[in-house]
Design a protein around this ligand. Structure first.
Ligand code: FAD
Ligand code: SIN
Length: 531
């Protein structure tokens, strides 16, 4: 039996962004939190390096701003960058108040700060090499104890219900969502005065990714279909170092390993980063990933090596206990030998356009965290600025919602999901095939190095897939695989369109047809066709 729920606030996603928002709002509002599967699953859980913030005595706000601008190749929005960095210390204090057990310095009177690529200071606060796990566990603990927060796991949000779709007069606004209940197989309706999408990124659009399965771009696709603009989706970040092992399913090797002295080596043991950038292993990620890609293609090899074995066993096992254990599980002892690494899709720099309060183009709809485009990252995200953005913008969105009255019950009847015209699919193989094909051509044609021809090929293929998926969607009963495929294809199309619009190489978007960088940096903004 399909259910209908009413809440003040509805949040899609329980990562760092969604949980922060929920905890800030629950003081005064009833909040529903939906997650696709288990409430812990999402990129936040796997974050390793830490959270960037101006905490060290000799560090300054201007220095963090400069590093963010430089990593983003001057495309970042100056106001968004300043706003984020200025709120960094306060956000860390908020996490500490919540109880996040960050690693202390040797002296014990302050926190240990590590270094990552593109940062000119030690400014990454962390919980050993499992920062996301510490943040996620702490915030989930607090949220599940809170009487005003209800969790709904195993609910896959399908689409935003808008007043325009229901032909209600007045400004178009978000009223609720439809969500597939994986336990009952029914589509439930959630109605709320404010809706926030905190559904994470879209790196699963690529065949190889450091991200968990939740990162299928659902939030971006839903917001786009609801009429919101998206920006800078051509900038998908590839993390330079994921463990290369068939069984490891792209396990990330934190940039902090390079921050603490790890060297990248060719298979013959020779270092190569100095050929590409003076900052060597600590150049921003786009440069390091492209250098590795270049060397792998030049030599015809399927991985390079990362070596930190010159550090003591005690240092390695204290700083990187999770990475050490995982590598050992796959047969690599990083205290004694280099480990094999490759780049993989890691982070969606673009997303749903929002203002400083996380508000989208659609009234009552917010987007926070990796789903959103705040303007912070420009053409390439500076390491560990993502969790920071989640906390800063979720808190700002909460402030905005708290200062605007909430109407939980719209004066309109929201219809139940109508599946009277569809049948059960007997063609699941088509979904599985299209899923694989999409992720493969995105990897091959829209990856680290692009060309006009490759993008055109990808565009033809995605158009074909989109029309097949539309047909499926209209004729067959909804399933989580179909929802995911539809969202992946929607976002892939937006990534390709954005990449085709950018006639230059900048940061993460590198094309052999336009190798130069334009003088004037401009974001790529796509707007849905309004009917
Ligand atoms: P997520 O944490 O990804 O959460 C998404 C939520 O949305 C999940 O609860 C999911 O179930 C839910 N969801 C998705 N779709 C739906 C749907 N249709 N219906 C219902 N629910 C849905 N960043 C840093 O700053 N520092 C780091 O050290 C760092 N390390 C990283 C290491 C790894 C391996 C990875 C993958 C990322 C790392 N990042 C790091 C990036 C950072 O972790 C993410 O950008 C950030 O955690 C995103 O948080 P979020 O709240 O936006 O989304
Ligand atoms: C890492 O630990 O290398 C990931 C950091 C990040 O993605 O910001």
């Amino acid at each position: 039996m399909s259910q209908q729920y009413h809440y003040d606030i509805l949040i899609i996603g329980a990562g760092a962004a969604g949980l922060t928002l929920a905890l800030e709002l629950a003081k005064t509002h009833k909040v529903a939190m939906l997650t696709k599967g288990d409430i812990r699953e999402g990129s936040t859980l796997y974050a390793q390096g830490g959270v960037a913030a101006v905490l060290a005595e000799k560090d300054t706000i201007d220095s963090h701003i400069r590093d963010t601008v430089t990593a983003g190749v001057f495309l970042g929005d100056p106001d968004a960058i300043r706003f984020t960095v200025e709120n960094s210390k306060e956000s860390i204090d908020w996490l500490i108040d919540q109880g996040v057990p960050f690693t202390r310095s040797h002296e014990g009177d302050s926190y240990h700060l590590t270094k990552e690529g593109g940062h000119s200071h030690r400014r990454i606060i962390h919980a050993a090499d499992a920062t996301g796990q510490a943040i996620s566990a702490t915030l989930i603990h607090n949220a599940t104890q809170h009487p005003n927060i209800d969790f709904f796991p195993d609910r896959v949000a399908i689409d935003i219900i808008t007043s325009d779709k229901l032909r209600v007069s007045g400004d178009n606004r978000a009223l609720g969502i439809y969500a597939l209940n994986l336990t009952t197989d029914e589509v439930d309706v959630f109605i709320a005065g404010r809706i926030a999408i905190a559904a994470g990124g879209a790196s699963k659009v690529y065949l190889y990714t450091s991200n968990p399965d939740t990162a299928s771009g659902d939030g971006i696709a839903m917001a786009w279909r609801a009429g919101c603009r998206v920006a800078n989706l051509e900038f998908n970040q590839f993390h330079p170092t994921c463990l290369y092992d068939a069984k490891a399913k792209t396990f990330l090797i934190s940039e902090a390993v390079r921050g603490e002295g790890g060297k990248l080596l060719l298979p013959d043991g020779s270092p190569f980063m100095s050929k590409f950038d003076d900052r060597e292993e600590l150049a921003p990620r786009d440069i390091v990933a492209r250098a590795i890609d270049h060397e792998m293609k030049r030599l015809g090899v399927d991985h390079v090596l990362l070596d930190i074995s010159h550090k003591s066993t005690e240092f390695i096992t204290t700083h990187f206990p999770t990475i050490y254990e995982q590598c050992l599980k796959y047969g690599y002892d990083m205290t004694k030998e280099p480990i094999p690494v490759v780049p993989a899709a890691h982070y969606t720099c673009g997303g749903v356009m929002v203002n400083q309060f996380g508000h989208t183009d659609l009234k009552h709809l917010y987007a926070v965290g990796e789903t959103s485009y705040t303007g912070l990252h420009g053409a390439n995200r500076l390491a560990s600025n993502s969790l920071l953005e989640c906390i800063v913008y979720a808190r700002s969105a909460a402030q905005h919602m708290l200062s605007n009255p909430v109407l939980p019950k719209p004066l309109v009847e929201i219809p139940a999901w109508d599946d009277s015209q569809v049948t059960d699919s007997d063609e699941d193989v088509v979904i599985a095939h299209n899923w694989q094909e999409l992720r493969q051509f995105m990897w091959d044609y829209v990856g680290i190095v692009r060309t006009n021809n490759r993008l055109l090929r990808a565009k033809h293929r995605v158009d074909l897939l989109l029309s097949e998926i539309d047909e499926f969607y209209s004729n067959y009963k909804i399933s989580s695989d179909l929802i995911e495929l539809r969202n992946l294809a929607n976002v892939a199309d937006l990534i390709i369109q954005s990449a085709m619009k950018r006639k230059e190489s900048r940061g993460l978007h590198f094309t052999l047809d336009y190798p130069d960088t334009n003088e004037k940096p401009e974001p790529t903004i796509l707007a849905p066709n309004k009917k």
